[in-house]
Each structure stands twice: as structure tokens, then as C-alpha cells.
Design a protein around this ligand. Structure first.
Ligand SMILES: [Zn+2]
Length: 137
């Protein structure tokens, strides 16, 4: 009988063995609130599956080999919250890049002679798409 994770309307989480025949039945939490099934990430286990090292292609089939392999390539397992922090840092860097790009475009536009500004404004009004290219400078 499979074990499922549930979360009730009050936010309580619990596990419950549910026969397949009752898979669609609604479940209640101990507090009395209705609960919905929570799909949890697959619990990855090196011992059970193994994998090919993405660097050398070597087969890694045990926890000890996994630990050695990580150390050999200067890698380590992410700590809690680290992935989220990296995503946040990237989002901030992207936002900063966009801001600087806008400022640069604005500055370049302002430095154009007025005839060119007008020509560009006309093109944009006609639906021209402004692509950009990074300067080699
Ligand atoms: Zn509850």
C-alpha cells in the first residue's frame, strides 16, 4: 500500500498509507480539515540507482563512490537554501543588467543628433524592433 504526503487546509502535513482503490477518496487531517495530496520530490538515493559521472562518464554506484567522486572533482552537495540563494542572486544580477542596458540605450539615444532621433522615433513608431549588440569595448 503506497504512502502519500498530505497537507490540510490548516497547513498540517502528514503521511498516510492509502490503498490504490481509495486513491481518489478525500482524506481528512487529525484536526478535522480536508487534506490534499502533496507530490513530494523523488527521494534520490545513490545506493538504489547510481549514475554516470557527468565529468568522466565513470559509473558511480554507491554512496562512498559518490562522496569520492564529488571530492575528486572539487564538488559538493548543495546545502539547504543554497539553490534558492543562487537563483535570487542571478535574478538580481539580471535585473541590474537590464537597468544598465536601459540607461545605456537612453544615454546613446540622447547623444544622437536630433535628425537621427526623429528618424529612429519614426522607425520605432512604425513597429521597428530594437535589437541590441554588446560592444566589444
Ligand atoms: Zn490539520
Amino acid at each position: 500500500m503506497p504512502l502519500y504526503d498530505f497537507k490540510c487546509e490548516q497547513g498540517h502535513k502528514f503521511e498516510l498509507m492509502v490503498p490504490l482503490a481509495e486513491f481518489h477518496n478525500s482524506q481528512n487531517c487529525a484536526c478535522g480539515s480536508a487534506a490534499t495530496r502533496v507530490i513530494s520530490p523523488v527521494r534520490f538515493s545513490v545506493e538504489n540507482v547510481g549514475y554516470d559521472c557527468p565529468i568522466t562518464g565513470e559509473w558511480i554506484g554507491s554512496k562512498a563512490q559518490h562522496a569520492n567522486n564529488l571530492a575528486k572533482h572539487g564538488c559538493r552537495v548543495y546545502e539547504t537554501g543554497e539553490t534558492e540563494a543562487a537563483k535570487k542572486a542571478k535574478a538580481n544580477a539580471d535585473a541590474e543588467f537590464e537597468k544598465r542596458l536601459d540607461q545605456t540605450v537612453e544615454k546613446e539615444f540622447e547623444s544622437l543628433p536630433s535628425a537621427k532621433k526623429e528618424a529612429l522615433a519614426t522607425e520605432l513608431a512604425a513597429g521597428a524592433d530594437l535589437g541590441y549588440q554588446r560592444s566589444a569595448l
